[in-house]
Design a protein around this ligand. Sequence first.
Ligand SMILES: *Cc1c(COP(=O)(O)O)cnc(C)c1O
Length: 395
Amino acid sequence: MTDSDTQAHLHLETRAVHAGRADLEALGVHALPIDLSTTNPLTDIDSGGRSYGRLAAGGEIEQNASPVYQRLWNPTTARYEEALAELEGAEASVAFSSGMAAISSVILAAAGDGRRHIVVLRTIYGGTESILSAGTLATEVTFVDRVDEIPAAVTDQTGLVIAETPANPTVELTNLDTLATAAGDVPLMVDNTFATPVLQQPLRHGAQFAVHSATKYIGGHGDVLGGIVACDNDWARRIRHVRSLTGAIAHPLASYLSHRGLATLPLRVHQQQSNAQAVAEALQGMPGIERVMYPGLPDCDPEGLVGTQMAGPGAMMAIDVGTYERAEAVAAAAKIFTHAVSLGGVDSLLQHPASLTHRPAAAEAKPNTGVLRISIGLEHPDDLIADLAQAIAAA
Ligand SMILES: *Cc1c(COP(=O)(O)O)cnc(C)c1O
């Protein structure tokens, strides 16, 4: 019986605390062990060679076999992968040194059989948009703005459809069931960074890959860079094969911190979300703000996806303060909010997507220059509201 068989009936909060820790008792330890070995002793040439061949091809480690080399397999990383797979309702997951490493490895694996055309539903993270538009991975890309444009964009050369919901930075929601239908037989990758598995599990809606920048909510404390993709066993093997060749595996210390982060992920996401709802409602109608974009406001969720596809609206929002100059002034005047990129941590951040995270995006895909993206943390919502109110009044 696997870990996920035994845990499937338990609540998410319980699984988040216990997932990926099944072997600890036998090891005689309580906290997650960190194995930093870059190389591992081999018992004999034959079994060492066999393990190397198996792991380099993306296979799973055999019982009592040597992991051989950290680029192929690492026990600290493997425990974290088991835990994230468990929370995403996936057979497996594969951990990377960053979100972009995870995304590019899915692209390389999906395009591996020669189908090098990718269809991307805008809006997506600027880095994903730019690695595809620059052709860095030798792919061709068609960008579409609406789900119903996907079927016509797909050709017999299409290896992957990419989407993100909630989207970065506009927090627009996309119906995942409709999206999976539109992608048809083409594998679908959904960037689940903003929602986390606490609020949304794309594989349950027909996606083949749920990817995360673990740098954000999973790590949650702004001190670890990482990425992870949840998928089935067959895709995991193909993606690990790419990872063993490109060397994009997560470092064991990063895996340890990300795995530790999972234990408090439900608690953090729920509290940050509750704070975000309070902030969004307070900002709506505040003088100096033209628009508040937050899925927890009724006009931002026309299809009613919050409460169905998503267990809640999350803790990311965007506001439009009208002009670049006003956005600059708000960013400069905020005191509790740190003016910084990234998101999903315990402390609140704000940043200007058109100049920063979405700087590499094509002109037509750039957010308005008055838009600020806001990541709500664990501070008291009243303090966050007061800080934004004074910053907006000062602008
Ligand atoms: C940050 C981010 C990424 C990239 O992740 P890194 O860990 O910075 O490489 C991808 N997608 C989304 C939605 C992000 O917010």
